[in-house]
Ligand binder design. Sequence first.
Ligand code: GDP
Length: 336
Amino acid sequence: SAVSTSPALSAAAAAGSSMDPSRLRNVAVIAHVDHGKTTLMDRLLRQCGAEIPHERAMDSNSLERERGITIASKVTSISWKDIELNMVDTPGHADFGGEVERVVGMVEGAVLVVDAGEGPLAQTKFVLAKALKYGLRPILLLNKVDRPSVSEETCNEVESLVFDLFANLGATEEQLDFPVLYASAKEGWASLTYTKTPADDARNMSPLLDAIVQHVPSPSASLDDPFRMLVSMMERDFYLGRILTGRIFSGVIHVGDRIHGLRGTCNGVQKIEEGKVTKLMKKMGTNIVPIDTAGAGDIVLIAGLANPSIGHTVANVEVMTALPTVVLDPPTISMT
Ligand code: GDP
């Protein structure tokens, strides 16, 4: 296609950002605290780390060392067999600020990490409810299968507990038919069938990475429309200023592009600020990597505007419509 043959776009792909939405997967990682999310992410990065473009990693290392850039992005990108996975960390606690909604609103799939010994717990349920409501079809990863107390039988019990939980939360037939994998994040492997002792050549995370590529839909987003992005996360860097993170709804963005921030109001749209993209970044592995350009469907970090905030739209200056914010329900305070 015209897209894949453009030198500028090929360069962007080489710089770590896919210009082909079909080669992207945006995935939320959901887990109760201590069920193994950190260990799992660490393993995925170790397995895929070698595929992060080496020069890029060096660049960003020096960028961080020399300029003290400290960005704690919750979105980590991993390259796997020509596919770029954007893994988004979800808060492990019930929050009242809508952060969970914002995360599930920027992805097309989820990995639900459940301790195979403990089963699903309260925090799993809170985030899962939002994920199901947003139409995501989570992949169940039963973790800590290496533990002596975990058996095929206890895994089956946990699976049926998760099934009941899905059903109670109003899951659709399709969502109830969730893929299940067994894993020991600690030992560094995942499997499609229950085992405690995978063969040496199967002691890796490939089955999980493949399952994500297979089961999570790629984002449907048009590269041809003007650039628009909903700001889902925000942080501050001493040198770069405000860093806006979001999934690109449409179009392509380059460093230097003129953009503006928009806010939807009851009687139209309010322009917040106009400026230009000073830096475009992704967190590849553990490094913040500067990129030149990024396309629709991808999740990126943008520096250059000081005022737009979470829920605002960042767009090409010719765009005068704000994207709808993703909150489905008014926030409710529940003491249960
Ligand atoms: P998080 O709170 O979900 O990020 O959980 P962590 O990744 O920090 O893991 C919590 C604890 O469980 C740590 O002590 C890990 O070493 C341990 N853990 C994580 N995955 C496994 C696993 O697959 N097997 C066992 N036995 N322990 C694990």
